[in-house]
Write a protein that binds this ligand. Sequence first.
Ligand code: HMG
Ligand code: MG
Length: 323
Amino acid sequence: LTSEHVRIVEVGPRDGLQNEKKSISMQTKLELIERLAKTGVTTIEAGSFVPPKWVPQMASTAEICEHLLTNPPQTQSTIAYNYLVPNIKGLESLVKILDHTGVSADATGETSKSATTSEVSLFAAATESFSRANTNCSIAESLERIKPIVSLAKAKNIRVRGYVSVALGCPYEGPDVDPVKVAEITATLLEMGADEVSVADTTGMGTAPRTMKLLQALKAAGIATTDLALHFHDTYGQALVNTIVGLEHGIRIFDSSVGGLGGCPYSKGATGNIATEDLVHTIHSLGMHTGINLDEMSKIGAWISEELGRPNGSRVGKATLAR
Ligand code: HMG
Ligand code: MG
């Protein structure tokens, strides 16, 4: 493992904030994203283009996106800003902003004005009940809905991430989600053209043995580890253990949120994602690299927790700052 690179996808500004009841100011959201962009992290989920009726906290995504395109934070490396889109309408909102600002989605494009890229994430679920709750349609319908989104994204040089929710447990159907079903949906998303798929333990019900079984099922379905990311919520405190299982199986992309922010509006009781600080600390302890400055990340975790009036969800963050 030593000296290998692990890419961390910082999902705090989206997954971390979407469930906060109190409206968070634009200034705080932008400050969070701008500070994260300077830590060395290379992918940041900046928001989601969803109906405000469904997720009110994300209503400012268009403004955030426009701001990041026209005033990108000065950073050492290119930052990919990712937006969740539940349907074609969501992607069209992003495309409209890209067209209007004249910034290409792909930094390598000739018209790019800044070192930013814009990406989207699409989401499907591994159980019918969660699909219905989160996207108001069946799994099959959600996959149909995704097809034209991928086509339009590809035509606009927008990189596409897929998510498969409730891969290790469902708030309605319990922990025994069929790993073969997860693998099937993951393979479908990749066949449709997704550039990577993040397999998500939405409820945090995942355990080491079941994470292992899931990774075996993904492998048996012929899915390359380089096409996969893992997204662990830490509800039962198993996220780091499951991360180790993922690392052992060759996964090198993990999602996390600074200060362990978050929860999912359609998964009652689910707490935040694994804290970025904890993930970085563990990966570095294995001799692997993330490119992330842990001290800076820890300061951001403490700041945003205080800003939101919640306890800091990162033990490593607190310990790092107490040193
Ligand atoms: P629906 O109500 O069936 O949609 O919701 P609709 O097409 O019937 O439209 C209803 C209204 O919303 C219409 O407006 C549309 O115009 C509008 P009205 O006519 O009533 O005035 N509308 C939109 N407005 C803005 N942006 C849009 C948009 N689309 C429609 N994109 C829908 C279906 C999929 C839209 C809804 O179910 C939805 O938004 N779901 C997403 C919920 C969500 O954001 N969940 C959290 C993110 S996923 C997550 O956290 C899991 C993850 O972290 C991984 C894991 O941990 O599992 C990724
Ligand atoms: Mg999530």
